[in-house]
Each structure stands twice: as structure tokens, then as C-alpha cells.
Design a protein around this ligand. Structure first.
Ligand code: UD1
Length: 421
């Protein structure tokens, strides 16, 4: 299995570019099912999860063509099937995003429970999706370990999400674009990727209002046209690089091609802990701090502090003076990776599955580690880059799922990181 070998404590400085957002890009491939016309996608990140999404579209009967790096054309060819291939569904949770568009255009869909990062209790639930599709008139049957949904025509309804969910919000936006009448989604998630998706669908003829607020109204239309979709910069990557810069603390790092306004919760925290940040419209410059102060954080849906940034922040707090409480409210397995930071020399106590206390600063030491999931894997890379000695990180497929050519970009900053196949 490929691994990263990292020799820590190399001075890091210079510039690093941010890729297109994984979580925005993942939704354009299922959205393409809603139109028979061509969609051109720009700024597409070249990562494993996107390859899986492209394979899914190919399996369903679309053409997917890479025009040049970052530019992909998608066009309907012929409907091959309404069943999502199990081997792809097992590999990424965002496969659930294909269900609504297939149901809306073909009247039926069949799929097993989706895989992906194991960061929630047991398997991550899909009840919000299933309940909402049924509310719109679909009949659900569970047979031979597969969900089967059928609906001649989906109807617009009012849906109140019992939990704020990014993918459930996006899925129901897509599904109701072609439904009969108006759908109103309440208690919706407000992430920038949702607004980006709604803007794109509107440019193709959809009638969506309120994306980026808790109440979204979608008036069903007969059909959607094709169009061009430029993926927004990855805010999680931006925040993660900013925390790497703050933790490594030895040179100026300029993070380019990003949208700092999507990370206000992080910049407020940086102010409190003493990181020097200069924000422009599309870049972030981080200068070494004299001394980092500890500060607690609670993860929250957007615009709060993203759960996807929690693991990198926890690593940063191992370098800060004092006690910081890390309160993970979204997923109950997301703090388990802190055990590996403890093995590296960090002083962390797990209070319960949702809260850990970091007592810093600690000197970290290189270790042999296994990446448990995408974001924790990236956090371990940050820890390895600031640790004394050599770290080996195994199971890096989990990191390749979401970060494009990571070692190349980190090497440009001066990191000593190599991929071993
Ligand atoms: C999305 C992001 C992921 C991020 C997460 C939270 C994508 C592809 N992934 O994941 O990177 O960590 O938002 O910001 O965009 N839940 C249910 N039932 C459901 C669906 C979700 O109970 O049917 C729960 C989840 O277990 C979790 C919470 O709702 O506790 C939020 O999850 P959700 O926003 O759905 O996460 P994802 O959309 O899967």
C-alpha cells in the first residue's frame, strides 16, 4: 500500500495553490444527470473521489471527457442502468448524491448503503434522504441489502430536515428541480458549496431561491439545459494549509487561489491565538507568530467552524501554550485520531467521544502511523511536518481521496515528503 515518508522540522515558506473544492466538484457529476445537454466543468480537482464520481457517471451511461488539466466535459449518452454499482458506492459516501437525480429522471433507482470515511457512529445514516424522497412520493423497498426507490413523478412538498445536512440539502435541491410544483426545504445547510450548486442549476434554467439560507424554495421546471460550472476554491484545503503555516511557524506562507471569505470562523480564532494573517480577496498570507495561545473550539455547521478543519486545528493546538478544549459536535468518531498525536508526544485527554483537551505546547516525534480518514490523515501530515524525525503514514488512499498532488505542493514549500509505492 502506498505511504508517505516525512522527515519533519524542515523550514516551510513560499507559495501554495489551492485546488477546486472537492465537496463542490463531487456534486456536479450527479447534477449532470438532470440534463441531456453538455456541461463543461472548470477547476476540477484531480483526486480519487472525483475519479470515482466520473466512473459512476460512465457506468450510468454518460460520456466524461478530460479536455485538459482541470477541464472536464460531461454529456448524456444512453441510459445504461438505474442501479448504482456497489463497488463504487462502497468507496465514497457522496455516491448518495446520484440517487435523487436518477430517481427524478428515470422513475427508479437501486443502491446499497454508501461507504466513505468512517467518522460517524457505525455507518453514516441516510435517513434524511430516504425520508425526503418518500415525502416527495417515492416508494421505498429494501431487498437483498439494497434500497429500491420508485416514483412515476416526484411532487414538490415541504421538507423540514431534522438535522442540518450538507449532502441532504444538495440532494433535495437537485431532486426537486424537475419535480411537479414547489418544494420548500427548511433547516437547510448553508455551506458555500450549496450556493455554488444552486447558482449553476439556476444558470441551466432551474428556479431555486434562498440557497445559502436555512429556507430554500425550488419551483419544478420541465427540463434543464447544459452549461459551464467553475468549481469554487476548496475552503477546507485553504484552512488546512493556513493551519500548517501557523503550526510550522518558521517562514511566511502565501496561500493562493482561495476565497478567504468562506473561512471567517477560522480567522477569528487565528486572531485569538495570535497567528498573523493578511487576507486579500483571493489569497491568505501567514507570518510566524511569536507565541501561539491555546483556545477552545466547537465545530458547527457553516458559517461556524467546520468539522473538516477540526483535526488540523487539534494539531495546531499541540503547539499552543495552555489548555484547549476541542468540542466535535458533528461526528462522534472524529477525535479518535488524537490517539496517534498522543503517540507522537502530544498531551491530549479524551473527555468523551465528542470532547478532547489538548495541553500544549508539546514536542512531537516521528512515528509509524496509519491514516484513519481523509481529514485526520491530512492532520497527521501536518503533525509529521512539525515533528522531530521520520514519520511513515500508511493508507494514504484516504488522503488522495481529497488532496491533489499533495506531496508536490508541499515540497515546493520546502517539506521533505516522499510517496513510497
Ligand atoms: C458533508 C461533507 C463533509 C463534511 C460534512 C459536515 C460532502 C461530500 N461532504 O458531508 O466533508 O464533513 O458535510 O460539514 O459534502 N446525518 C443523518 N442522517 C442523514 C444524513 C446526515 O443523521 O441522512 C447526520 C450525520 O451523521 C452527521 C450530520 O447529519 O452527524 C451532518 O452530516 P452531513 O452534513 O450530512 O454530512 P455529509 O453531507 O455526509
Amino acid at each position: 500500500m502506498p505511504k508517505f515518508i516525512i522527515n519533519g522540522r524542515r523550514p516551510l515558506k513560499g507559495e501554495i495553490n489551492v485546488s477546486g473544492s472537492k465537496n463542490a466538484a463531487l456534486k456536479i457529476f450527479p447534477a449532470a444527470i438532470l440534463t441531456r445537454e453538455k456541461i463543461r466543468v472548470l477547476n476540477t480537482p484531480e483526486i480519487e473521489d472525483i475519479s470515482r464520481a466520473q466512473e459512476m457517471l460512465l457506468a450510468l451511461g454518460h460520456e466524461v471527457k478530460k479536455i485538459k488539466p482541470g477541464v472536464v466535459d460531461i454529456k448524456f449518452n444512453a441510459q445504461k442502468c438505474v442501479a448504482l454499482p456497489a463497488e463504487l458506492v462502497n468507496k465514497f459516501r457522496a455516491s448518495i448524491m446520484f440517487v435523487g437525480p436518477i430517481l427524478a429522471t428515470c422513475g427508479e433507482v437501486r443502491f446499497p448503503h454508501p461507504g466513505g470515511c468512517v467518522i460517524g457512529a457505525g455507518t453514516r445514516p441516510i435517513d434524511l434522504f430516504l425520508d425526503s424522497f418518500q415525502k416527495m412520493g417515492a416508494k421505498l423497498e429494501i431487498k437483498d441489502g439494497h434500497y429500491c426507490l420508485k416514483a412515476k413523478k416526484l411532487k414538490g412538498v415541504e421538507i423540514f430536515f431534522s438535522k442540518v445536512s450538507v449532502t441532504a440539502t444538495e440532494s433535495l435541491i437537485m431532486t426537486s428541480c424537475l419535480a411537479e410544483g414547489e418544494t420548500v426545504l427548511k433547516n437547510s445547510a448553508m455551506e458555500p458549496e450549496i450556493s455554488a450548486l444552486a447558482d449553476f442549476l439556476n444558470s441551466c434554467g432551474a428556479k431555486i431561491e434562498g440557497a445559502g439560507t436555512p429556507t430554500i424554495k425550488i419551483k419544478g421546471v420541465k427540463k434543464l439545459s447544459g452549461g459551464e460550472y467553475k468549481i469554487i476554491p476548496d475552503r477546507i484545503e485553504t484552512g488546512t494549509f493556513a493551519m500548517l503555516a501557523a503550526a510550522s511557524n518558521n517562514g511566511n506562507i502565501l496561500i493562493k487561489n482561495c476565497e478567504p471569505k468562506h473561512l471567517e470562523a477560522l480567522w477569528v480564532l487565528f486572531d485569538k491565538i495570535g497567528v498573523n494573517v493578511i487576507l486579500s480577496k483571493d489569497s491568505v498570507s501567514i507570518k510566524p507568530a511569536k507565541k501561539l495561545s491555546a483556545c477552545e473550539v466547537t465545530t458547527h455547521e457553516y458559517p461556524g467552524f467546520a468539522t473538516d478543519l477540526q483535526s488540523a486545528y487539534t494539531v495546531l493546538m499541540t503547539q499552543a501554550y495552555g489548555l484547549s478544549l476541542i468540542h466535535e459536535t458533528i461526528y462522534d468518531r472524529r477525535l479518535l485520531f488524537t490517539d496517534m498525536l498522543t503517540q507522537m508526544g502530544a498531551n491530549i485527554i479524551m473527555a468523551d467521544p465528542h470532547r478532547a483537551i489538548v495541553n500544549g505546547p508539546s514536542k512531537l516525534h516521528g512515528r509509524k502511523l496509519v491514516s484513519p480518514d481523509l481529514r485526520a490523515g491530512m492532520a497527521l501530515i501536518i503533525a509529521a511536518l512539525i515533528a522531530q524525525g521520520k514519520t511513515e503514514i500508511d493508507n494514504i488512499y484516504q488522503i488522495d481521496r481529497g488532496y491533489e498532488k499533495l506531496e508536490e505542493r508541499l515540497k515546493k514549500l520546502g517539506a521533505d515528503i516522499a510517496r513510497q509505492n
